[in-house]
Ligand binder design. Sequence first.
Ligand SMILES: C[S@@+](CC[C@H](N)C(=O)[O-])C[C@H]1O[C@@H](n2cnc3c(N)ncnc32)[C@H](O)[C@@H]1O
Length: 346
Amino acid sequence: MKDWLRDLLVDPVERQPLSFAEGRLVARNGAYYPVVEGIPVLLPADLPPTHRGAMRTVKLVSMARQGLPIDLIDAVNLREALKEQIRREVAAGSDAAEAVIRRLVPLSNGFGYRDLAPGDAIPVPRFPERGGGESLLDIGSSWGRWTIAAARAGFRAVGLDPMLGPLMAAKRFAANNGVDVDYICGDARCLPFADAAFDRTFSYSTLQHFSDQDCAVALGEIARMLGPDGLSTVQMANWAGVRSLWHQARRGFRAPARFEVRYRSLPQMLSMFSAAIGPTTARSIVSSAWGCRRPTPAICGRRRGWPAPSPSNSSGWPRRFRRCDREPTACSCTRPSNRAEMIAQP
Ligand SMILES: C[S@@+](CC[C@H](N)C(=O)[O-])C[C@H]1O[C@@H](n2cnc3c(N)ncnc32)[C@H](O)[C@@H]1O
């Protein structure tokens, strides 16, 4: 971990500086936090998780404390049948981190990606803007697609997520691809960093899963992270989008439970963000699958080595375009879109 980042870490409960001793982080009150495969785990023990999958982190930490080895494939929350497939793929020569990420992609990034096959390149998007060395915290990073995208765009990027398994895959994947990023296992509601630690915060498809109460706490934490010139960018579902309405209709417009998406209206989001952070603007984010614009390869920063169309591709589009098709991008489209990007400044 880089020195600048280590200096910013605090105990997530007391917000006091941490010292590093014997491979772990020690709080002033004597509590200690493990570092697993180079990832500090800074989760408060008594905070109920927003996603029950984070409970696995507790088990992994306890294994790490006992000095037991942690198997990457076991560490992720996937069905046993999927894990068996991954093991077979790895036995056939695939990289374990990539094999795990190929299974995480459809779960964390939308079912537009569900046909990723062994050997397919991992779809890393292009970050929507260029950075000039500013520090950026990607909240709810999972396997790190936006963390990597931000680092490639010139930010000093740090990914944060409460699920240790995906972060382990993220760290190995970034290292294998020569991308300089750090990952912290933590919770958006008690970020383990000092006040004004970051120039930028970014979060995609994460706060939309939080209850209003958890969302307000997380937004308060984002505000705390940013200095006076800071900027927060958060993508969330928009209540009024056609696909959003379809999803809500499918669940009978009932109140969301557990980690289900909360569909909020733009005025509701604007008021939450401006109350917690400061002046906020909203932009439409359009997935071209809904026809606002034709797909362009530039949207997703396509890398060399994208797979050739496969027999499973029956849409008529070359497969690489179908993937790009699902990459959302900011757009000046005025029709109600499924996603909104909230840009807030303290
Ligand atoms: C739909 S995924 C989005 C992942 C990533 N942002 C992306 O776009 O690829 C939601 C992520 O939020 C993470 N998450 C769940 N609860 C969280 C919390 N309390 N704090 C931070 N992240 C959380 C999940 O572990 C998951 O990785």
